[in-house]
Design a protein around this ligand. Structure first.
Ligand code: ADP
Ligand code: MG
Length: 242
């Protein structure tokens, strides 16, 4: 029998505050993402989007409630198990890309394979070796062969850095892809081609995509659009400011 998970991501009664003396930034009674769903989450700057993604990725733990990803309850895992779980199953494109400046482009893309045997094996089965898969992904993302071998991460344009970050998130086809405002610094053409490549890959691998942006123009591309404040009962900065 094929085992199927009911939900890729499920939150129930989650609250989160950055400091005990501050009000919660997130208070979410229930939220789910279906396997293979492409979900767009929008909200203004400071509304808690990155914090929300941190909870889904298990980088932060809720003060109350449960976050379940691919049937694993993240709170129930030890910190080491949670790190391993994230490396195995979640690809993240961070808002500031978080590339490692002293590693080559290929080495940056290969990082998840260093932390996850599963991603290593999947990358190898896709590309022959993880290195050739990293190379394939980078070229597919539009990084030229010569840039790929000769450029330093610190010499890349913002658009190129974003593509390296995307290749790193995609290698070894993790089930869940989390993308945090990746197009903020891109011009319109780069943004379009980046999104096309991302959507093609996600569809081919049947990955679940959670994509966050304050730019609502992108919503048409997705299966579903949520405005974070519609599911978040915590007071918003503008409410507090009055
Ligand atoms: P967004 O990604 O929507 O711009 P964030 O999740 O980054 O919003 O921030 C939500 C709220 O949490 C903001 O009020 C922000 O100031 C606060 N916040 C974010 N990161 C931290 C942190 N490391 N320590 C304390 N407060 C933080
Ligand atoms: Mg953010």
């Amino acid at each position: 029998m094929v085992s199927a998970i009911a939900q890729s991501v499920h939150l129930s009664d989650v609250t989160y505050k950055w400091r005990p003396d501050l009000p919660p930034v997130l208070d979410i009674s229930t939220f789910s993402v279906a396997p293979g769903e492409r979900l767009f989450i929008s909200g203004p700057s400071g509304s808690g989007k990155t914090t929300f993604l941190n909870l889904i990725g298990g980088v932060a733990l809720p003060d109350t409630g449960e976050v379940t990803v691919l049937d694993s309850q993240l709170k129930g895992l030890s910190p080491a198990k949670r790190d391993a779980f994230r490396a195995d199953h979640i690809g993240v494109i961070f808002q500031l890309f978080n590339l490692v400046p002293y590693l080559s482009l290929i080495e940056n893309v290969l990082l998840p394979c260093r932390f996850s045997k599963r991603r290593h094996a999947r990358a190898a089965s896709e590309g022959g070796t993880p290195e050739s898969e990293a190379r394939r992904l980078l070229t597919y993302m539009g990084i030229s062969e010569s840039a790929l071998d000769n450029r330093r991460v610190t010499d890349l344009s913002v658009g190129q850095q974003q593509r390296v970050a995307a290749a790193r998130a995609l290698i070894g086809a993790p089930e869940l892809l989390i993308v945090d405002e990746p197009t903020t610094a891109l011009d319109e053409n780069s943004r379009q081609s980046f999104l096309e490549i991302l959507f093609e890959t996600v569809a081919r691998n049947r990955q679940t995509l959670i994509f966050v942006s304050h730019d609502e123009r992108m919503e048409a591309l997705f299966d579903r659009h949520i405005v974070l404040s519609d599911i978040n009962r915590a007071a918003q900065p503008e409410d507090i400011a009055g």
